[in-house]
Design a protein around this ligand. Sequence first.
Ligand code: AMP
Length: 194
Amino acid sequence: MQLIFMGPPGAGKGTQAQLLAALWKIPHISTGDILRACVVAKTPLGLKAQAYMDAGDLVPDQLLMDIVQERMNQPDATSGWILDGFPRTVPQAAFFDKLICDVSGGAGSTSGKDCDLRAVNLDVPDDILVSRLLSRGRQDDNEETIRRRLQVYREQTEPLIEFYRNREQLVAVDGNRAMELVTAELQQALSGDS
Ligand code: AMP
């Protein structure tokens, strides 16, 4: 099971990714969580990332590529995973395509179609996202930063929906429903044929 969870901030991808990863006993890999841990620990990476995160901007691609490459090489990531919040840009997706085809032994495979990867998009309207984020109360959840993160999502991350749809790897789910209903639909859509 190799899954990417996409969707705007506040769509519930973190919650759903965590639930399903526990159910399927695969690691839940959240680049936001990794970055926040680096910020708290004041590592060199955390010091570089903090200003971008506080402003609601994306951390530069190269830093994310290094983080993800290192994480995917850990022993628990061999049989499957749910990636939450990565890739978030087209260059990150292209990098990742190449990385997992190599990791999963797809010698000579360059199209990405041979990989057992699915990309889940959780769709939720903007007004619902803003109220969900405001009630969450994370450090980067003030109104100005929320607006910026939604704008960054539309500009830089939303194009990935087409990227994965073109590869026939997209699973689109309505995220504007009760959490349990979304979980049930994801379970049904994702288990079984992988
Ligand atoms: P998240 O917890 O996924 O909402 O991520 C929180 C913040 O971490 C984002 O607003 C970005 O600043 C940064 N971040 C997380 N993942 C990425 C990524 N794939 N590319 C760039 N920045 C990221």
